[in-house]
Design a protein around this ligand. Structure first.
Ligand SMILES: Nc1nc2c(c(=O)[nH]1)N[C@@H](CN(C=O)c1ccc(C(=O)N[C@@H](CCC(=O)O)C(=O)O)cc1)CN2
Length: 304
């Protein structure tokens, strides 16, 4: 079997376009220009790229995308103060703290990431990382959907790939992707995205016994484990849909780096019926759904 390529970049462009139209309508109807502020601590090269891309995407969609760049020396207390000031700023509708926070930050002690994320006002938490928003999602009445899993739901929906009654295996149990992804696909009624629901979901991870066997039982395999090319062709059944969330920088053998996913693409593409590439798959959808959430945040705050 030769897999169909699921073009996340193209679908992300469509969604960004749609958000741009809705932003325009919102502003024309008297709403404020939605404003997203990203907080970036330190100089991690990948995070700098992502934050820049977020800001550019905002600009194109008519959203005011701001970035607060803080030096690695910033203390935890200073970072918390920055977040609380953004919470209190009525011009800011969405706040995100770019992850990972630097391990050598906060005077070399590192940050308590949980404490910092919990400080974001849930009404402005466009990443949907706060315990309030995670709880609402668990109960099937989300305020915001987390960006990467929501991007995957949109991709499946727009490619007419139903998960209802199918066995989805999510490899990875992170708070950002694995856990919310599993919850969203298992929802009864599609409350966590457009009609992409009612899957039978298994969460697997790097310590799962018989991982290969479990993966082979998947109709839809979502790889979000953060290990370059860990999922080989022998772990994929014929005709499965493969969604690769991994974005790993590995040496390209010429002194630079290249991006690879958590799935060995060449092997998997011979078995799967459809597969996302890396780059150009799930990554761009994350940013598209962030714009969507920023508009939702502005609309909700404006209504009050
Ligand atoms: N606060 C957050 N931090 C992080 C998140 C997040 O959703 N919120 N996710 C990732 C990073 N991320 C967004 O922040 C992100 C990663 C990758 C892409 C993307 O478009 N990737 C491209 C390749 C880009 C490149 O050249 O590196 C692709 O896959 O095609 C967008 C967003 C961790 N931190």
């Amino acid at each position: 079997m030769t897999a169909t390529l699921l073009d996340g970049k193209k679908i992300a462009a469509e969604i960004r376009e749609e958000v741009g139209v809705k932003v325009k309508e919102f502003v024309q109807s008297g709403g404020p220009t939605p404003c997203l502020t990203a907080v970036l601590v330190g100089e991690d090269p990948a995070s700098q790229v992502y934050v820049r891309n977020k800001s550019r995407a905002c600009e194109k969609a008519g959203i005011d995308g701001r970035t607060l760049r803080l030096p690695v020396e910033t203390t935890e207390q200073e970072l918390l103060d920055v977040v609380r000031n953004l919470n209190a700023d009525p011009a800011v509708h969405g706040i995100l703290v770019q992850l990972p926070l630097p391990k050598d930050g906060n005077g070399g002690k590192g940050f308590d990431e949980r404490l910092v994320l919990d400080a974001v006002d849930p009404r402005k938490d466009v990443d949907a990382f706060s315990p309030v928003n995670v709880g609402l999602l668990m109960q099937g009445r989300p305020r915001f959907l987390p960006c990467t899993p929501h991007g995957i739901v949109q991709l499946l929906h727009r490619e007419n790939l139903s998960v209802a009654g199918k066995h989805v295996v999510v490899v990875g149990r992170s708070d950002i992707v694995g856990k919310p992804m599993a919850m969203m696909l298992a929802q009864r009624d599609g409350s966590c995205g457009p009609k992409v629901a009612n899957a039978t979901v298994t969460i697997a991870h790097s310590r799962t016994a018989n991982l290969a066997e479990i993966c082979r039982s998947a109709d839809v395999l979502v790889a979000a484990v953060g290990v370059p090319e860990m999922i080989g062709g022998d772990m994929i059944s014929d005709g499965a849909v493969v969604i690769d969330v991994g974005i790993n920088r590995v040496a390209d053998g010429a002194g630079g780096y290249k991006l690879v996913g958590d799935v060995n693409f060449d092997e998997a593409a011979k078995k799967a019926s459809a597969i996302t590439p890396v780059p150009g798959g799930v990554g761009p959808l994350t940013i598209a759904m962030l714009l969507h959430n920023t508009l939702l945040a502005a609309q909700a705050i404006f209504k009050k």
